[in-house]
Design a protein around this ligand. Structure first.
Ligand SMILES: C[S@@+](CC[C@H](N)C(=O)[O-])C[C@H]1O[C@@H](n2cnc3c(N)ncnc32)[C@H](O)[C@@H]1O
Length: 292
């Protein structure tokens, strides 16, 4: 079960009131949304989005009695169209919780986890764009290096990109286990023994590239600021430095254009107690703003 991250902080900053309209752009297991729904009451409305159809199907079943909730399987980058499609009034608050659904990692069978031997697909939803396998076997060595560095903050991006380019001439790279082995052989030995698994950053980078995650965040969060009602609130929770850089830039630009007042001069991080309770929260950062 997914444990919602920075739940109290997100709710405090979104400040939902009875009768208001909210959007949860990444509804996932519905942890944050449940709290929002209890605050806005039956007079309020919630629009929940997730591009993982399975999560939406499960929530529809679980919440079939909640008549003030709309659930849709879609990419939040199309937020403006989704709002039009459902004739949803300008929202009083929008939440983006960009973390990675544990559910996807464990059960999708699409190669998100380096701990399982699966085909390298890594698409969250739909069948747009190249799979991880296609990127690994066709992108130039320079492009792979950029992906691993920019999206994974991988310091051995050159070594890994080179190892991939050599290996794929011999045999196409098809499965997670192949990639884990290539990474293990490409980087200095001692790194495999402590700290995070040496494959972590490369897997993260590929996932971001396959799903155009930074492009989605740019489009989705910018659209959210545009559609918010006056004095409406936005909260964005990120889970690694790349995501946070994108969110920070959009907030900064909107603040310069005087469309958003930033409510978090310093990002909010989970306290020690939350990290002890839920290790997945350790890298979370929360930014919030209010529409002008
Ligand atoms: C950390 S989970 C959200 C958890 C949720 N807040 C909860 O409390 O259960 C992030 C979710 O965002 C979804 N997601 C990621 N990128 C998306 C996108 N571009 N459009 C729609 N959903 C997306 C994932 O499928 C995942 O379910």
């Amino acid at each position: 079960m997914h444990v919602p991250v920075l739940l109290d902080e997100a709710i405090r900053l979104l400040d939902p009131q009875p009768g208001e309209n909210f959007i949860d752009a990444t509804i996932g297991g519905g942890g944050h949304a449940e709290k929002l729904i209890s605050r806005i009451g039956t007079e309020g409305k919630l629009l929940g989005i997730d591009w993982d159809e399975e999560q939406i199907r499960r929530l529809k079943e679980e919440w079939r009695e909640k008549t003030n909730v709309i659930l849709t399987a879609a990419n939040y980058k199309n937020l403006e169209n989704i709002i039009k499609q459902y004739n949803f009034a300008p929202p009083d608050g929008i939440l983006f919780d960009l973390g990675f659904g544990l559910h996807t990692l464990e059960v999708s069978g699409k190669g998100f986890s380096f701990q399982k031997d699966e085909p390298l697909i890594m698409r969250y939803g739909g069948d747009e764009g190249p799979t991880a396998r296609e990127i690994l076997n066709t992108a130039s060595e320079a492009e792979l290096e950029r992906i691993f560095r920019e999206y994974g903050d991988e310091r051995y991006s050159e070594n890994i990109a080179h190892a991939v380019a050599v290996e794929r001439k011999r045999k196409q790279i098809e499965r997670t286990a192949d990639l884990v082995r290539i990474i293990g052989e490409a980087i200095p030995r001692f790194l495999g023994r402590r700290g995070i698994n040496p494959a972590t950053r490369t897997f993260q980078a590929l996932r971001i590239a396959v799903n155009d995650e930074f492009g989605n965040i740019k489009k989705g969060v910018s659209a959210a600021i545009r559609v918010l009602a006056k004095n409406g609130r936005i909260v964005v929770i990120t889970f690694h430095s790349g995501e946070d850089r994108v969110a920070k830039e959009i907030f900064k630009k909107a603040s310069e254009e005087k469309t958003l007042e930033i409510l978090t001069k310093h990002v909010i991080r989970p306290g020690r107690a939350e990290v002890l309770r839920n290790r997945a929260s350790r890298s979370a950062k929360l930014r919030a703003g209010i529409k002008k």
